[in-house]
Design a protein around this ligand. Structure first.
Ligand SMILES: [Cu+2]
Ligand SMILES: [Zn+2]
Length: 183
């Protein structure tokens, strides 16, 4: 065996090892996520609690445990971008809408994948509720309706309730708390 052939063999062995490592990593990242916890922050950057998103049926359920919020009924949506820049959270973009529909469960041309039922904050500023969404998944991030698609999404709480029909955002008022959802 001459020297350059030996070198070639070493190189081939090294490349094989590398490709096996890469394949193993791809297999790992392709594993669907079953549960993801998201921290929610208000316009001042203070934590107002968490949302635990779990796979449920063909969608997800969101377990909200929040505090220091204004009492009353609030809209809850998934928004398109994995960005929550305070104080207005405009960077989160519009509602997550891979199915390209209009806003609201009461809209004949609705609804967005990111639309969800309103929830209520108690007089002491807390809420502990579970809200379902049948139109998004955690998944691997490769599904169009994955909350991890295109770099992720965000979970948003609004100052007021969603009227479930007014495009594009249900007249829900200011964005008051936001959490980034990434894999
Ligand atoms: Cu919203
Ligand atoms: Zn919407």
């Amino acid at each position: 065996m001459n020297r350059s052939f030996a070198r070639l063999l070493v190189l081939v062995a090294a490349l094989s090892a590398l490709s096996i490592t890469v394949l193993a990593q791809e297999a790992k990242s392709a594993k669907p996520v079953k549960k993801q916890t998201v921290e929610l922050k208000d316009a001042k950057g203070n934590s107002v609690g968490t949302a635990t998103i779990k796979s449920s049926g063909k969608g997800v359920e969101v377990e909200l445990k929040v505090k220091d919020l204004p009492p009353g009924v609030h809209a809850l949506h998934f928004h398109q971008n994995a960005k929550c820049d305070p104080p207005d959270f405009k960077s989160a973009g519009p509602h997550f809408n891979p199915d390209k529909k209009q806003h609201g469960f009461l809209n004949p041309n609705g609804h967005h994948n990111g639309d969800m039922a309103n929830f209520t904050v108690e007089p002491n500023g807390t809420a502990k509720v579970t809200v379902k969404n049948a139109d998004v998944v955690l998944g691997t991030g490769s599904e169009a309706n994955s909350l991890f698609a295109d770099g992720g999404t965000s979970l948003m709480i609004h100052a007021g309730p969603d009227d479930m029909k007014t495009d594009p955002a249900g007249n829900a008022g200011d964005r008051i708390a936001c959490g980034v959802i990434t894999k």
